[in-house]
Design a protein around this ligand. Structure first.
Ligand code: NAD
Length: 358
C-alpha cells in the first residue's frame, strides 16, 4: 500500500533543509523501489501569513491523513509580537497534541569524523550512541491547575506535574521496545526522592520490566543523570524520562555531539505514526543564505523510514551515505574545521543523494 508522507517545511531555514531531505528521499525511492506519495502543507509563520493561523485546518487534515510527517522548523522574529495563540510555536504544539504524539525520540550519535566538534574530550564522546525517550504530551507542561494568581498581596506562579499510570506505562513500553532493538539497557530518570509523581513513574517502570526480562533496567535521579551525561555518557544506551526532565537532558545530550545541525528527532503516537524534525529551530540568523546544515533533517528522514515505514534497511543506507560524505571531508559552516571542504546546504544535500545512489 502506498505510504503517505506529508512535507511541512515551515519557516526560516526550514524550506532550505527540507528541500535537501526531499532530494534524498527521491533517490531512496528509486534505489529501493519505495511506494511513497508525498504532499506538502503550510505550518508556523508561513501558514499564519496565508491563513491567519499557524496550523490551519487544511494542514491538520493532511497531517491526520499521512503515515508520517517530515517537518522543517517554525518561528522567527517576524511573528514574535503577534497574539500568543497565533504564534508559530503554538501551531507545532497543537499539531503534536492533535496527533497524540506522546513519545519523543532524540538520538545523540556522534559520527567519529566529528569527534573534535564536541566540547568534551574526544575519548569521552567518540562512538557515542544514546537514545533519549521523552514523554511529550503530559507532565508539568500540560498539568492543571496552572497559572499566576494573587496571594497575600503578591503574585504567585504555579504548575502541576501530573502523570497517570497509563501514561507512564505507554511511554515505558516504547522505551523498553527500543531498548530491546538496541543494547538492551534502559535507564529511567526520576526525582523519586522528592516528587511523588516520579515515585509512581519509578514504580511503573519497575513493574513493566517484568515483561522485558532481557532488558537491564536501572533508575537514576535527574541531577545525577545530568552529571553522568557529561562525565561518562557512553554508559547509557536508552534513557526514558518525563516531559520536563527530558526537555533539558535531551538538549544536554545533543550538545555532547557538538553541533545542533546534526541532530534528528521523532515524535510518535501509539501506532508509530510520527512527526520527524531536526532538533534545532528555524535559525533566522542564517535563513536564506544557503549555509544551513541539512544533515539533521536528512537523518530525521532516516528515522521516519525506520520507525513509521518499517524500512530500517533504507534508514541505514541514508545514515551510511551521511557518514560517507563526512568521511569525504565535506562540511557545512557550522561543523567546518580546518582541512575540510566547506559546502553549501544544497551541495551537502547533493553529496548525500549521490552517496546514496552510488
Ligand atoms: P535555533 O536552533 O534556530 O538556532 C540556534 C543557533 O544554531 C543559531 O545560531 C543558528 O544559526 C544555529 N543553527 C540552528 N540550526 C542550524 C543548522 N541546521 N545549520 C547551521 N546552524 C544552525 O534556535 P533559536 O535561535 O533559539 O530559535 C530561532 C527560532 O526557532 C525561534 O523563533 C524559536 O522559537 C524557533 N524554534 C523552533 C523549533 C522547532 O521548529 N521545533 C525549535 C526551537 C526553536
Amino acid at each position: 500500500m502506498t505510504k503517505q508522507i506529508l512535507i511541512m517545511p515551515g519557516d526560516g531555514i526550514g524550506p532550505e533543509i527540507v528541500a535537501e531531505a526531499v532530494k534524498v528521499l527521491q533517490v531512496a525511492q528509486q534505489r529501493f523501489g519505495l511506494d511513497i506519495a508525498t504532499d506538502e502543507a503550510l505550518v508556523g509563520g508561513a501558514a499564519y501569513d496565508v491563513h491567519g493561523d499557524p496550523l490551519p485546518d487544511v494542514s491538520l487534515e493532511k497531517a491526520r491523513a499521512a503515515d508520517a510527517i517530515l517537518f522543517g522548523s517554525i518561528g522567527g522574529p517576524k511573528w514574535d509580537t503577534i497574539e500568543r495563540d497565533k504564534r508559530p510555536e503554538r501551531g507545532l504544539l497543537r499539531l503534536r497534541s492533535s496527533l497524540g504524539l506522546f513519545a519523543n525520540l532524540r538520538p545523540a550519535l556522534l559520527f567519529p569524523q566529528l569527534a573534535d566538534a564536541s566540547s568534551l574530550k574526544p575519548e569521552v564522546v567518540s562512538g557515542l550512541d544514546i537514545l533519549i525517550v521523552r514523554e511529550l504530551t503530559g507532565g508539568i507542561y500540560f498539568g492543571q491547575p496552572r497559572g499566576i494568581r494573587e496571594e497575600n498581596g503578591e503574585r504567585v506562579g504555579f504548575n502541576t506535574d501530573v502523570y497517570s499510570e497509563s501514561e507512564i506505562r505507554r511511554i515505558g513500553r516504547v522505551a523498553f521496545d527500543l531498548a530491546m532493538a538496541r543494547g538492551k539497557r534502559l535507564c529511567s530518570v526520576d526525582k523519586a526522592n522528592v516528587l511523588e509523581v516520579t515515585e509512581l513513574w519509578k514504580e511503573i517502570m519497575t513493574e513493566l520490566s517484568a515483561e522485558y526480562p532481557e532488558v537491564e533496567l536501572s533508575h537514576m535521579y535527574v541531577d545525577n543523570a545530568a552529571m553522568q551525561l557529561v562525565r561518562a555518557p557512553k554508559q547509557f544506551d536508552v534513557l526514558v524520562t518525563g516531559n520536563l526532565f527530558g526537555d533539558i537532558l535531551s538538549d544536554q545530550a545533543a550538545m555532547l555531539t557538538g553541533s545542533i545541525g546534526m541532530l534528528p528527532s521523532a515524535s510518535l503516537d501509539q501506532a508509530r505514526k510520527g512527526l520527524y524534525e531536526p532538533c534545532h529551530g528555524s535559525a533566522p540568523d542564517i535563513a536564506g543564505q544557503g549555509i544551513a546544515n541539512p544533515l539533521a533533517t536528512i537523518l530525521s528522514l532516516a528515522m521516519l523510514l525506520r520507525y513509521s515505514l518499517d524500512r530500517g534497511d533504507v534508514a541505514q543506507a541514508i545514515e551510511a551515505a551521511v557518514e560517507t560524505v563526512l568521511e569525504q571531508g565535506l562540511r557545512t559552516a557550522d561543523i567546518h574545521t580546518e582541512g575540510c571542504r566547506k559546502v553549501s546546504t544544497a551541495e551537502m544535500g547533493d553529496a548525500v543523494a549521490a552517496a546514496l545512489s552510488a
